[in-house]
Design a protein around this ligand. Structure first.
Ligand code: G3H
Length: 255
């Protein structure tokens, strides 16, 4: 029965890779909406993937959220990673401290026995403060590292779930609903067709930074995230997706 399960997952990986036009898709068995350990398995799969592409001296930017926290919890030291530099891709975005990118970044770096630099900025931030703060030398320095990082790993969320979790102000929440956002990543909200319908002003990685020659890995699962995943991948912003069977089955349902 185990072999059958594994081969089923392989078929899902192939179909999803084709459908989303990605370089690589990894599907772990189970549905993280139903069992918490499936999220841990995605974390483990992400660590294994990182180790497989590991080269000395790389920089890795990581976002926040519970899925990225599972990647950090599964991180282990590995040859070639000890001189990696870990940075948060963005600021806190109103998340609880344990789910903020800074916190996750420190845990990952320590477990990988690498180094880290953090971003100390209010987040979200007003337009006026934003323009000043990005000129601060210490912030500018870390922002430069983030924007040129070799690897980006990030979570993806259901738009309304994320907006509520981050205590989004009512006027912004109204825009997110009215413009029918379904997915969220790095503070950007996407409609089903992949259009950016709202963006939280934060310091850190911007969507346009994902272009170019770098490894961008999305880690998101649970059948409830299927629409969010497909909205984010419409124009194809990441090259690798690590997900679970719950989301994968839902995603290929309408092909
Ligand atoms: O941007 C999306 C969120 O970081 C995803 O959070 O992993 O807790 O679902 P989550």
């Amino acid at each position: 029965p185990y072999m059958r399960e594994v081969s089923g997952v392989r078929v899902l990986e192939d179909r999803l890779r084709e459908k989303l036009k990605l370089k690589s898709v990894i599907v772990v068995p189970g549905d993280s909406d139903e069992s918490e350990w499936v999220k841990e398995e995605m974390g483990k799969a992400c660590v294994t993937y990182l180790q497989s592409i590991s080269r000395p001296g790389q920089t890795l930017a990581v976002t926040g959220g519970t899925t990225m926290a599972s990647v950090a919890s599964r991180m282990t030291p590995s040859a070639g990673m000890e001189d990696w530099l870990f940075v948060p891709a963005r600021g806190g975005l109103g998340e609880r401290v344990e789910h903020q990118a800074n916190t996750i970044c420190v845990e990952m770096a320590k477990k990988a026995m690498g180094n880290y630099r953090l971003l100390y900025v209010p987040d979200p931030i007003s337009e006026e403060s934003y323009q000043n703060i990005i000129e601060e030398p210490s912030v500018k320095d870390v922002l430069g590292i983030i924007r040129s990082s070799d690897i980006v790993i990030h979570g993806l969320g259901d738009a309304l779930t994320m907006a509520n979790r981050r205590k989004t102000p009512d006027d912004q929440l109204a825009v997110i609903k009215e413009r029918q956002a379904v997915g969220e990543a790095f503070g950007y909200y996407f409609s089903q067709s992949g259009e950016v319908v709202h963006k939280v002003r934060t310091v850190g990685l911007q969507l346009e930074d994902l272009e170019g020659d770098r490894e961008v890995i999305a880690v998101a699962g649970g059948s409830s995230k299927a629409d969010a995943i497909s909205s984010y991948f419409q124009p194809g912003k990441s090259s690798v997706l690590i997900t679970d069977e719950g989301a994968a089955k839902e995603l290929i349902r309408d092909t």
